[in-house]
Design a protein around this ligand. Structure first.
Ligand code: AMP
Length: 429
């Protein structure tokens, strides 16, 4: 099978790495990919994965490329091409592609849509309101005592959520999005949710339009600094499974969230084939969904895929074909930990082009994989090329050993200004 993966982050490296292990994968391309992805080989033919310089949101060029290479399966990593309708476009041209279509991708692309859907179909969520004008938005925020999350409706590079502790912050956030238009058209509408206290976890479910199969638990570390301090980031590390949720509780969340979600999808004519990734907060009163994503998490994928025992090509094919009901997801009992190495300054501004050393030594460690995110080649060097640079991942029989192994690999790798949290998975130990 000829496979095209779209995207360039750690998530896409993990996807390519796992797809390349499948006996179905003969040749893999990645658009645009990164320096680590370009080092992967398919197990079947030993061919190197080829990175092609096409941006993940350049739908016309991606379509032309897939047609030219006669790609059998395209796998979409990031949210943006999904929101732009890449799945619909490829299907109109008779190409097989995995991911939700544009209507289904609304769960991530529109927070207003998601909030309305959750309320209509009885999915447990935060008390919330949807607004287009600042005056009524502020009135609602006041009714919550100013403690709230103000969210731009559309995609805003993960920056469209402003968590506020009081009315001064809430008013500023509302003005920033609705009046100053900090997020442009993505902020034409906002959702304001009550602030929820509790442990935050993410769920993943692979869906085929009729069935949703839950993954094990994982936990992300969103803040830049140890002890969950500092600014919100795309994610500084993950581990799986998390002890904060038992299997019984996970099954109960599946019943509470995925049950009504699937019913709602049928009622609305939404054919969701892809990953549904709800973010939730475990409150005193039970789990509450704060958002839906419509793709694999990053860096959650980096800890899930080393634990997945199924052939990923077969799984994604079943998801796209509507035959997931016949498949059982199999997970190893191992624990896995991913520690992100980021550029100094991230999530603010940062320099690029710093030479990365020690990757070869880290690659020699057993049960360890260094997934690349923001990396590129410069001559013979691998250099930094983004905020999150590497996702250093290890797996072992227990979480403590996986954590030790991940940090042992981190300590082999250097680049100027590298920023690493030293407490990934510490909460769970
Ligand atoms: P989102 O992109 O909607 O998940 O929001 C980004 C981050 O803001 C989440 O990971 C939470 O840490 C925080 N957040 C969002 N909504 C809420 C809420 N209703 N209560 C508390 N924290 C929230």
């Amino acid at each position: 099978m000829k496979i095209l993966v779209i995207g360039s982050g750690g998530r896409e490296h993990a996807l390519v790495w796992k797809l390349a292990q499948s006996p179905h994968a003969e040749q893999i391309w990645c658009a645009p990919g990164n320096a680590g992805i370009a080092q992967e080989r398919t197990a079947k033919s030993g061919q190197l994965v080829e990175c092609v310089p096409i941006a993940a949101d350049d739908l016309a060029k991606l379509l032309a490329f897939a047609q030219e290479k006669k790609i059998d399966l395209t796998v979409v990593g990031p949210d943006n091409p999904l929101a732009l309708g890449i799945v619909d476009l490829f299907q109109q041209h008779g190409l097989r592609i995995w991911g939700p279509n544009q209507k289904a991708a609304q769960f991530e692309a529109s927070k207003v849509f998601s909030q309305g859907f959750m309320e209509q179909y009885g999915i447990p969520t935060a008390r919330a309101g949807t607004f287009t004008d600042a005056v009524s938005a502020k009135k609602f925020a006041e009714s919550l005592g100013g403690k709230c999350a103000v969210k731009a409706d559309g995609l805003a590079l993960g920056k469209g959520v402003l968590v506020c502790a009081n009315m001064v912050e809430a008013a500023k956030a509302i003005d920033e999005i609705l009046v100053t238009k900090a997020f442009g058209a993505a902020g034409a509408q906002i959702v304001i949710q009550e602030y929820l206290e509790g442990v935050e976890i993410s769920l993943h479910a692979l869906c085929d339009g009729k069935t949703a199969k839950l993954f094990p638990t994982s936990q992300d570390h969103k803040r830049a600094l140890d002890g969950d301090r500092g600014l919100n980031t795309g994610g500084m590390g993950t581990y799986s499974p998390t002890p904060f949720v038992t299997q019984t509780q996970l099954n109960e969340m599946g019943r509470l969230i995925l049950g009504p979600w699937l019913k709602g999808c049928v009622a609305e004519g939404i054919d969701f084939r892809g990953i549904l990734y709800p973010g939730l907060i475990l409150t005193q009163h039970g789990p509450r969904v704060i958002e839906f994503n419509a793709r694999f998490g990053d860096p959650e994928t980096q800890v899930y895929l080393p634990r997945l025992e199924n052939d990923l090509v077969e799984l994604l094919d079943a998801s796209a074909s509507g035959t997931l009901g016949r498949v059982e997801l199999k997970w190893s009992l191992l624990a896995s930990v991913c520690v992100v190495m980021a550029s100094g300054g991230y999530p603010g501004s940062y320099a690029k082009g710093k030479v990365i050393s020690g990757l070869e030594e880290a690659a020699k460690l057993p049960n360890t994989k260094v997934f690349h995110a923001g990396t590129a080649m410069a001559g013979n060097d691998i250099v930094t090329n983004g905020g999150r640079v590497l996702g250093v991942t290890a797996w072992a029989a227990d979480l403590k050993s996986a954590q030790t192994a991940a940090y042992a690999a981190v300590d082999k790798i250097q680049f100027e200004g590298a920023q690493v949290r030293r407490d990934i998975a510490a909460k769970a130990l």
